[in-house]
Design a protein around this ligand. Sequence first.
Ligand code: SF4
Length: 425
Amino acid sequence: MSQILFRHDRLDRAVTFAEYRAQGGFRALETALADLSPDAVQQAVIDSGLRGRGGAGFPTGKKWSFVPRNLPGPRYLICNCDEMEPGTYKDRVLLEHNPHLLVEGMALACYALGVEHAFIFIRRGYELAALNLKSSIAEAHKAGFLGANICGSTFNLDLDVHQSAGRYICGEETALMNALEGIRANPRSKPPFPAVKGLWGQPTVVNNVETLANIPAIVAHGPDWFKALAATPEGAGTKLFCVSGHVQRPLCLELPIGTPLGEIIDSHCGGMRPGSTFKACIPGGASTPYFTRDHWTVPMDFDPVAKAGSRLGTGGIVVFDQTTCMVAATLNLVRFFARESCGWCTPCREGLPFVRHILERIEAGRGDMADIEVLREHVAKLNYAFCALAPGAMGPVEGLLRLFEDEVREHITRGKCPVRLTAKG
Ligand code: SF4
């Protein structure tokens, strides 16, 4: 079995509770409650090498270990399903296909962390995923996998689904907690970190949907088995990749983490569309610097992608062919981030619209060579914004200047987009 998340036969409808049970669903939770201590579950996650699948890639077990053991009062787990980046849709596919996996993963995580009340923070537009989750939670309650004295143990757990109002910044874990508390979704300053002082001032862990959905398989099959699923010796587990753009078959698929970029595009997505040649891609969501044909063999795992100059991020791969103007593509991404800035700090609130304005001028053929240096300065300076949104927005701009500076210069010297001129012949 090389698939954990998409192991059920079909993706055209949600797996039913009965089907999930018939294929071993909730057995990991039953086993953990009968035979494993919370610490043993946590240790299995640490040993598995699982890294957060929401973008940052922080080791999941390590994140859990930051929660103080003996603080009085409740502690919380929040599942972050505020997926809102252009080109990233893996958590939606997962929840529309198999919501039970997340419910079981959350139950195991809550058992390990000593949490009795957890939340799923889901983007407003994900209506079907939210419906699936609510019915999966109701079924799990009925079967005794949620609620009081789960499987005859002393463990109690309630799960709530919170449908957010829908802003990109709500994906930032501290802004998410503010939104859940009913106040404006600005990021909070850290420290204190959420593991110590989070939701309503209590210790809180925030994990992504895909991350939590991996936990049942880790508990059921063990950390070594999980590690061995990776395509590289350093990796651990599988990864959902959602591929869009100029490929033959845009799709969301589960592959061993570390599968090379070119293999994903050629073998699994059918290669480029007829008449298209690969020019570049965003390898890991809207905030990641571009890859080109030179990166074809890079293993799609956190460290190799970082070493190659980008980030694995969410695994949202957007593919561009030879007809793509990279200035226009970058402008499109910066427009998104400028619109989604929460406005809390000046570098981001003022800096992103300024960068957008410069890119608009260059794209329209009215740029100046001095603009290139101004863009470079902004790439460096927006690193000092309050949260990761502004540095993330600069990822594609940094990639544009590093990999496609000639194309930017041509826009300026010719006063027109060189790609469109070539396309017109
Ligand atoms: S960087 Fe942007 S999104 Fe983050 S706090 Fe500052 S204004 Fe808000």
